[in-house]
Each structure stands twice: as C-alpha cells, then as structure tokens.
Ligand binder design. Structure first.
Ligand SMILES: Cc1cc2nc3c(=O)[nH]c(=O)nc-3n(C[C@H](O)[C@H](O)[C@H](O)COP(=O)(O)OP(=O)(O)OC[C@H]3O[C@@H](n4cnc5c(N)ncnc54)[C@H](O)[C@@H]3O)c2cc1C
Length: 476
C-alpha cells in the first residue's frame, strides 16, 4: 500500500458477505432495473493489493474478462460480466482525513452515504450527488455522474483531483494534468479503463445540512422550461418533475424545485441544535413483488396526485436528504416493478432542441407505455470525457416498466429523435441501445478506444454493456 494513504478518520459499517478470494460458484447479478441478469464469479477485495493481484493474474493468463462493480445502482448491464470476474469494490471503503482546503482521499468502494456520514458533521458536502446516495465513489467516477447543480458545477469528475487506477498493465496515479487522456477516458468510461482504487476529491463547504427550496407548479412544458432557465440563474440546484400522463395542452406540465444550502444563522433554534446531522437511514424496505404495481392506472393516479398536492410555498426549509435523495427513504423500491423490472431511459439534447422532450412524451403515450417518473434537468457545458454523458442542454430521465409490447419500438424511435437532434443516451441507465446508435451518439469513441488499448491491450476489461455495444478490441 502506498505510504501516503491516510489513516481512516470515519467510523464505517463493514458490509457483509466479503470474501478476499473469488467465489467459485457464479452469482447472478443485475442492475437496478433488473432487466438483464447474468452470472459471474465475484471477488470482494478488502485491500488494493487483491485487486492488483487479480488483474495481474488475468493479464498473464489472458483468459478471463473482468469488470469492477460498486453498489449496482446503474440501471442496465454495466456492472456485470457474464462468465467472467466481477470485482465488487465495497470493501475498499476507507475515508481519509479531510484537509483544510476540503480535499479528501476516499476508497473507491465508499458509498456517498458513508462519505456524508463522515464529512457532513465536519461541515463538508459532496460536490455532486445523484438522486441516491447509495452509489460508490468508483461508480460516481465511472459514470461521471451529474446532479441538480450541473448547470453551475458540472459533473463529478470535475471535482476529482487525482485517482489511483489499477489496470491490466499496472497501477497509475492519474490526474487531469498528469495524463488527461487516461483521466478523462476513466471519467464516464464505465469501468472499461481499469478499477479505480481510490481518489482525492474536492468537497464543498456547508454550514448546515438544510436547504432552502422554492417550488413552482407549471401547466405547460414551455413554462417548466422557462422556469428552469430562470431559476438556474439564482439557485445552485434545480430539477423538474413532469406529469407524463398529461396530454394535449397540458403535455409536460410539472413541478420545478430550486434549492440552495441554508446558512446557520437562517435556521430556527430547534434545527440549530444539530445543524449538520447526516440524512437518516431508510426505514422502509420493499421486497420484490410477484407482479408489478406500476401500470397505466396506478401511474396516472400517482402523477395526478403528485402534481396536485406538491407544496408550492417559496422558501421551504428541507433537510438535504429529502431534497437530494427522496427515494432513499425506501430501500429496494425497485421491487415494486416486479420480477420483470424496468428501464430508465435518459437522454440529453442540445439547448435549442427542447421540442424533443414533448415528442418523446407523446411517443410513449402512443405506445401505452406507463411512465412512473419523468425528471427533467438543464445541463451546463460537459466535460472532455469521450464517454461522459452530460453536454449543454436538456436531459430527461423516464422510468418505464417492462411489459407494453410497443415499448421497444417506441424507445428505438426516441433513439432516432435524440440522435437526429445531436443528443445522446446515458450509459449508466442503458440496457438496450444498439451498437451503431451508441457509436453515432458518442463520436469520440475512437479516442476512448485508443486510450483503453494503451492500458488494456488484451481487452480484459469487459462488461455485458461493452459486449452489447461492441466497445473493445476487434469488436468494430
Ligand atoms: C435512484 C437512482 C437515482 C440516480 N440518480 C442519478 C443522477 O441523478 N445522476 C446520475 O448521474 N446518475 C444517477 N443514478 C445512476 C448512478 O449514479 C450511477 O449508475 C452510478 O454509476 C452507480 O454507482 P454504483 O456504485 O452503484 O456503480 P455500479 O452500478 O456498480 O457500476 C456502474 C459502473 O461503474 C463501474 N465501476 C464501479 N466501480 C468502479 C471502480 N471502482 N472503478 C472503475 N469503475 C467502476 C462499473 O464497472 C459500471 O460500469 C441514479 C441511480 C439510481 C438507482
């Protein structure tokens, strides 16, 4: 282990089921959408050396594909490797001491939930958070995740100072300055450049764990878009939820939330007693239900209720757990989609092509595909990662249960609409894109392949996603 690794400063709960040697019996793994499970052997290393050893062994034998996995919160097949070895990093969960400038070295298997438990009481927040804190640092880098502050702060890897990357050709200390090609290929590279062992990231100072939230309800999509543009100039965070069952003139109506961190002086006495309390753990758990609860009737009722009852008071004080991670209140909520699961389709289109949003909603309505959740956000400029998803424009994420026969053709139509508009689909959510469509959406793919060949000439790093999309040596 390198000398500079600091002593752990945080108390951590050890995840169960660790094994330093790979299981000999393959385990069935799937993404959060549970659509395409596959079996692989799983190694759960407890230190960096075990990862390096596993990669070295496979590089010398050249006979087994490998892919890292974090907490399996990507929706499709990115963290699976049928017939190969999956390195589940959750044992690499150390949090270093936070320096005075807010930088901290974090083990790649640390969840953002654990990082927040360590950092919030000291007055630090993560620079970018997705809609759940149950993701690892490695998963956050590999998907170059975005949050509600993308318009202001960009995506996660903009806040990564450096990372330690284990590849089949050795361990690399990488920063955007020391090796920009490898750094940015890893940012959004879906684990295909190596296993991130740890990274130094820059945290954001906060005085409290509370948010001031302004909420507006709008009857038309155009008004929702206008509100996001306007609120982005005054707020650090913004997001809109759309009622996907609304039609005609009400198509795309929705509720817009915009928030900022609250200052200590702004809190009332009750909250001020423990102003930096981390978010509470989930209190409810949903088992996988034998059949999906998500159908056209339940979705229409839920959407109408949410739209009608969402509080629209300006200046509401909300704990950051509820503001950033509302779904974390219920663990295993994906179980409501039943054993067949669901896909999340997330795309981004340039700022001047917002009409694709309405056309996508209409196409899904024509396919009778119920959409249980539609989240709209405005991105600022993207980062240089060839496979990094965010780019300036509008991004819409849609949760769609598997079932309606016209869902697949409808999503293929959406692919064409997005591609024609100059946009792309998010790999961390994808389970079904075709290789040619993917290659057209990510024109810098050849630059990614070149960097990947440098660190993994044999193409050992493979996932079900990379095989499906034909990323890798000899696949095109
Ligand atoms: C409820 C919910 C809300 C979400 N909201 C958002 C959002 O707002 N914004 C957003 O951007 N994403 C969002 N996501 C997606 C999620 O942030 C990403 O899929 C993230 O990558 C998941 O992290 P993970 O640790 O679960 O990784 P996994 O799903 O286990 O793996 C994802 C990818 O990362 C790679 N990987 C994992 N660990 C490492 C490592 N140590 N080194 C190299 N590669 C690695 C894997 O190979 C795989 O390709 C959301 C997901 C859920 C379930």
């Amino acid at each position: 282990m390198p000398e500079r690794w600091p002593r752990a400063a945080a108390t951590r709960r050890r995840p169960e089921g660790r094994c330093p040697t790979p299981e000999t019996t393959p385990v069935l793994l799937s993404g959060w959408g549970r659509t395409s499970p596959s079996a692989a052997r799983v190694l759960v290393p407890t230190d960096d050396d075990q990862v390096v050893e596993a990669l070295n062994e496979r590089a010398s034998r050249g006979d087994e594909a490998v892919i890292p996995r974090g907490l399996g919160r990507s929706y499709g097949d990115a963290a699976q490797c049928a017939g190969g070895l999956v390195i589940q990093t959750t044992g690499l969960d150390r949090v270093g001491e936070i320096s005075r400038d807010g930088t901290v070295e974090v083990g790649a298997g640390t969840s953002l939930a654990a990082l927040l438990r360590a950092a919030l009481p000291e007055g630090w927040f993560v620079p970018v958070t997705p809609g759940t804190r149950q993701v690892t640092l490695g998963g956050a880098i590999a998907a170059d995740i975005h949050g509600k502050n993308h318009h202001r702060d960009g995506s996660f890897c903009r806040h990564v100072v450096s990372m330690t990357l284990a590849t089949p050709t050795g361990v690399h200390e990488v920063s955007a300055e020391s090796d920009p090609d490898l750094f940015w290929a890893t940012a959004g590279g879906m684990g295909l450049t190596g296993v991130v062992l740890r990274a130094r990231i820059r945290l954001r100072p906060v005085e409290t764990a509370w948010m001031w939230v302004d909420t507006e309800r709008h009857r038309r999509l155009d008004d929702v878009l206008e509100a996001l543009v306007r609120l982005d100039t005054t707020h650090a965070y913004s997001v809109a939820w759309l009622d996907c069952s609304a039609r005609g003139a009400a198509l795309g109506r929705g509720v817009v939330d915009a928030g900022d961190h609250a200052l200590l002086a702004e809190l009332g006495p009750a909250v001020r007693r423990d102003p930096l309390a981390p978010p509470a753990e989930a209190r409810l758990h949903v088992p996988t239900l034998p059949t999906s609860l998500v159908n056209r009737a339940s979705v229409a009722a839920f959407n109408r209720l949410w739209y009608a009852t969402h509080p629209t008071r300006p200046g509401r004080l909300q704990h950051l757990g509820g503001f950033f991670h509302p779904l974390d209140a219920v663990s295993g909520w994906n179980g409501v989609f039943g054993p067949r699961g669901f896909v999340q389709y997330q795309f981004v289109v340039p700022p001047e092509r917002p009409e694709v949003i309405g056309r996508a909603l209409e196409r899904l309505q024509r396919a009778s595909a119920p959409c249980s959740m539609a989240v709209l956000k405005r991105f600022g400029p993207g980062d240089p990662g060839p496979l990094s998803f965010p780019m300036a424009g509008w991004t819409l994420a849609l949760d769609l249960p598997i079932g309606p026969p016209d869902l697949r053709p409808a999503l293929r139509t959406l692919d064409h609409l997005v591609l024609e508009a100059g946009g792309r689909v998010y790999l961390a959510k994808d389970a079904r894109l075709a290789p040619a469509t993917f290659a057209a959406m990510y024109p810098a793919l050849s630059a990614f392949e070149a960097t990947r060949r440098r660190v993994d000439p044999q193409g050992l790093l493979q996932s079900d996603l990379s095989r499906r999309l034909r990323i890798g040596p000899g696949t095109r």
